[in-house]
Write a protein of this length. Structure first.
Length: 479
């Protein structure tokens, strides 16, 4: 939503360094977007390799920021924060200049380094930043380990800056102890998200259009930024982000302890913990050669579908269970392409439900509101189907860009406004989807079939399967 600006109005600038573009939003405290801008980014993909040129980030930020601020005559910029893709890492010199390419969040060349770290007792995945930093040090020599937003914030303030604990998490930083692991790397100082890093320097102001002297605050990962933009920061609140894959992120007073390592915990300003897990199922498993609106309409005739799916986008599952060799499954034979579409939509919702069952099994509070975001939240039918299968209402915000979350974090970091209050002031809920009476029970049998099949294949741990069955029985009895 945009409107005419008033003299002496204040906006906060959020910048999101994505995979394909940089996006910038100038947002007032009441959630009005006064300006927006974007610029494309390129990547180099080849097998498990995925790199970006760090120099392109700054050029794209210059373009996106200037576009966002172009028409904001008389508007004061209260602060700026930057988010990036979680797990993207590079090396820099003493002046903060890149000395290596950036290994992106899904670059998987450091599998050997990850295995060594796991042997040493560190719970890391192959694509996390810590093993990739070791790979970079071996391939490119010494250098300071640096995360994607640090390159931009260093250019904004004119000197190297500390990293934030959110981006440092996948580089092995222990957020609870406030300590790095014992590894042979040059690791940066760490501050909490929202910490003031400095002010926009004259050279950066000329390049970006952001006024000199504007406070620059430490950001968070893009996933956390999207959670802020969803307003899911009160204890017990959860944000389900459904795009190519599915991510569940919530807010809790304490970390969610998970011996299996499928749930990890970020920390928000103010001490709230942000546990989450990333699944391999999602909209990426849907056919792309059809009209999704037409298929949604046809799929409504198959509730439930004649088949049961667990629609993994690629091999392996990370949440709600760890199964590196898991593959997409389809139980039964769909009647036609519409029934198959229905099975896939329902299968994603079943995985979403299993994710919430997993979190409940681990002791996470689930009593707050649930928010749907991500590209799939543009489908009213799928939103309704998910609410039906989950048996709970879901909010769908108007604007869920990570850049909005960074604008809220910038407001928090410059004014002291609690982050949850800042986010709720900026977030506008478009609609609330209520589950339809009787529909949750309708999907109980296929969900139970899926639980049993996942357990039989050795992917789903029996204690979690039993807990999911218990919750299903209780909820079906009540519905």
């Amino acid at each position: 939503m945009t409107r005419m600006t008033d003299e002496n109005e204040t906006a906060w600038l959020g910048i999101d360094l994505g995979t394909q573009s940089v996006r910038a939003l100038a947002v007032t405290a009441d959630g009005t977007v006064l300006g927006r801008g974007s610029a494309p980014l390129g990547s180099r993909r080849e097998g498990v390799r995925h790199e970006q040129d760090p120099g392109e980030w700054w050029e794209a930020v210059r373009t996106a920021s200037r576009s966002a601020l172009l028409t904001l005559t008389g508007v004061r910029i209260g602060g700026v924060a930057v988010c990036g893709t979680s797990g993207t890492v590079l090396l820099t010199d003493a002046r903060g200049r890149p000395t290596s390419p950036a290994l992106m969040y899904d670059d998987a060349r450091a599998a050997t380094e990850a295995a060594v770290l796991r042997t040493a007792g560190l719970a890391v995945q192959d694509t996390w930043a810590l093993p990739k930093a070791l790979w970079l040090a071996d391939a490119h020599g010494s250098g300071r380990v640096t995360h994607q937003p640090d390159v931009v914030t260093a250019r904004l303030v004119g000197r190297p800056v500390p990293t934030d604990s959110s981006h440092a998490l996948k580089t092995g930083y222990d957020v609870e102890r406030g300590a790095w692991p014992e590894v042979a790397l040059d690791l940066p100082e760490v501050v909490l998200p929202g910490t003031r890093l400095g002010e926009v320097c004259a050279a950066a102001a000329e390049a970006t259009g952001i006024p000199a002297g504007t406070p620059v605050v430490a950001g968070m990962t893009d996933g956390c930024a999207a959670q802020i933009a969803a307003g899911a920061l009160r204890h017990g609140s959860w944000n389900s982000v459904l795009g190519t894959t599915l991510v569940l992120k919530g807010a809790t007073p304490d970390p969610v302890r998970d011996p299996a390592g499928v749930v990890y915990n970020h920390r928000a300003p103010g001490g709230t913990w942000l546990p989450g897990g990333a699944s391999g199922v999602g909209a990426g498993a849907l056919p792309t050669d059809v009209d999704p609106g037409v298929m949604d309409e046809r799929a409504a005739a198959f509730e439930p579908s004649g088949a049961v799916a667990y629609p993994l986008v690629s091999r392996g599952e990370r949440f709600p269970f760890r199964a590196p060799d898991a593959t997409a499954l389809l139980l039964g034979t769909p009647a036609d392409d519409a029934d198959r579409w229905a099975a896939l939509l329902q299968g994603v919702a079943f995985a979403e439900r299993l994710g919430l069952d997993c979190l409940h099994h681990l002791g996470a509070p689930l009593d707050g509101p649930l928010t749907f975001t991500g590209g799939a939240a543009r489908s009213p039918y799928w939103n309704q189907l998910r609410a039906d299968i989950l048996g709970r209402p879901a909010r769908v915000p108007e604007q869920t860009e990570p850049a909005l979350g960074m604008a809220a974090l910038a407001l928090h970091g410059t004014s002291g406004t609690p982050l949850a209050d800042a986010a709720e002031g900026m977030v506008r809920i478009r609609t609330v989807v209520e589950p339809r009476p009787g529909r949750t029970a309708l999907f109980a049998e296929p969900y139970a079939r899926l639980i049993d099949e996942l357990t039989t294949r050795g992917w789903l741990p029996p204690p979690l399967a039993a807990h999911a069955h218990d919750r299903l029985t209780t909820q079906t009895t009540r519905s």
